[in-house]
Write a protein that binds this ligand. Sequence first.
Ligand code: INI
Length: 154
Amino acid sequence: MNKTIEGKLSAAGLRVGLIVSRFNSFITERLLEGARDALLRSGAEEGALSVVRVPGAFEMPGVLRRLADSGEYDAIVCLGAVIRGGTPHFDYVANEVVKGIASVVTEGKVAVGMGILTTDTIEQAVERAGTKAGNKGAEAAMAAVEIANVYKQL
Ligand code: INI
């Protein structure tokens, strides 16, 4: 059988950047708590976690690019909440953020976790920030850890 490469869910020894938007902070701070909890319980050192706060999700791709290019991180987790309002603003912000993050992901240089909620309602965001649909911040953090450990083997 050919070899199988897969990433452990161990954050031991990983340097992790967490980019968190202040917009909708009542949601994004819950995503951050979930991500930090998952990382620490997976073996990350408290001192190996760096948090960068940005005004809104729109600002996230630029900071992600800077952190990725710095070479100082094994994994970067993006945490934000874009919630639909009564105007087309949601679509512009959500599309650009996801495209911007994807452009860093596809370079394949650093593991990236995409913990940006894009929801129609505040209730849907609450459900995904530590209530009935889990915590998408924790999920994004663990995806980044898994991929960081895959990248180490490629
Ligand atoms: N930023 C968000 O993170 N979530 C949103 O839901 C949102 N909406 O809907 O407006 C939002 N807008 C702000 C945007 O990200 C920028 O911070 C702002 O345009 C300044 O550049």
